[in-house]
Unconditional design. Structure first.
Length: 341
């Protein structure tokens, strides 16, 4: 496989009915802390937030696992947090990510930077059916990137300031016009990106018993599912349940996938995603480093291509083998857009 072949393959993914799946790798590239940084932050901040002996002992058992190099997800699976420890993990996580998100947004608004996703989104012809982006991240970088490009965003909430969760009604807020064709009324919708977040968002809160999105509220009791065994229980509450179901439906009906910075570590998505990849639907994985699980997916599925960094160049992997291209960074979506289009 030569470089021109790779570029042609990449171009073929930028069509209608492509679903984009975004993991933490893209946010990390924009300055949002990943799991490693979050582990350090939790070890620093959590001891001052808990006092009951049972909670202190519980956190110590988790922290000891982190100190010897165990990942946060694995540590919280091995040692289930108490309800208080889980609450403090959620609050600390929200505060930590929100601070970094604010800095990233301010850098873009000041003109110092541009979101990596901006050029990427512009390469799609977003029509009536829109584009679906599924992300496991809590931050709002996808939403910001869309609106910086004058693309409307559907998060399944309706409103401007205190937005109500109303997935069936939300689509009608994008109505652009109603016209008659051959005697029948037709609805034209504005181009939009539907952003589905099965792990929650910094904007989401429970207010008076209802799920709401309040973008200007900066409290740390927002609705996010932190790593660990309890995420599977919480994932079946609203609005998580609907976002997960819509994400699964989008995965099932997509013709192809672009997977950015995602390490294949979430059973909620992968039950459906792996079924489609195993049925030979094409997927393009773009990431700095392919996780062991991602390598297994690439090696085991006929039409999946993994593109990652190696020695300041690009390594392209598929079921048939590997190709290395020095001095080109196709794994970074910003550089990939420059090289390919």
């Amino acid at each position: 496989m030569d470089l021109n072949d790779v570029k042609t393959i990449i171009q073929d993914f930028f069509q209608e009915n492509t679903v984009t799946i975004i993991g933490s790798g893209l946010s990390v590239a924009e300055g949002i802390p990943g799991m490693g940084s979050l582990s350090i932050e939790l070890q620093d901040k959590l001891p001052d937030k808990i006092s009951e002996k049972a909670d202190v002992d519980n956190w110590k058992a988790i922290s000891d696992r982190l100190k010897v190099g165990e990942g946060l997800e694995e540590a919280l699976h091995s040692q289930k947090p108490t309800s208080i420890v889980e609450e403090k993990i959620r609050e600390t996580t929200a505060a930590f990510i929100r601070s970094a998100e604010n800095e990233a947004l301010n850098n873009v608004l000041s003109g110092a930077k541009q979101f990596r996703l901006s050029d990427y989104l512009q390469k799609f012809n977003i029509r009536n059916n829109g584009l679906t982006v599924i992300t496991t991240n809590y931050d709002r970088l996808v939403e910001y990137s869309c609106e910086m490009n004058e693309i409307r965003v559907d998060t399944l909430f309706v409103g401007k300031f205190i937005c109500q969760f109303s997935p069936d009604e939300s689509k009608y807020s994008f109505c652009k016009s109603i016209y008659k064709l051959k005697g029948q009324s037709r609805v034209e919708y504005s181009p939009k990106v539907t952003v589905l977040k099965p792990h929650g968002c910094l904007s989401w809160y429970h207010i008076n018993g209802c799920a709401c999105s309040v973008p200007h509220l900066e409290k740390n009791n927002c609705l996010i599912i932190t790593p660990g065994i309890n995420k599977y229980r919480e994932g079946y509450n609203e609005p998580f349940d609907t976002h997960r179901a819509r994400a699964n439906a989008a995965i099932d009906t997509a013709l192809r996938y672009i997977i950015i910075g995602y390490g294949f570590g979430d059973d909620h998505l992968e039950t459906h995603l792996m079924r489609q990849l195993n049925s030979n639907k094409p997927a393009l994985i773009l990431t700095y480093s392919l996780s062991d699980k991602a390598v297994k997916v690439v090696k085991g599925c006929k039409n999946v291509i993994g593109i990652c960094n190696r020695d300041n160049g690009t390594l392209v992997i598929n079921k048939d083998g590997e190709s290395f291209f020095p001095d080109v960074n196709l794994w970074d979506i910003r550089e990939m857009i420059k090289e390919v289009f």
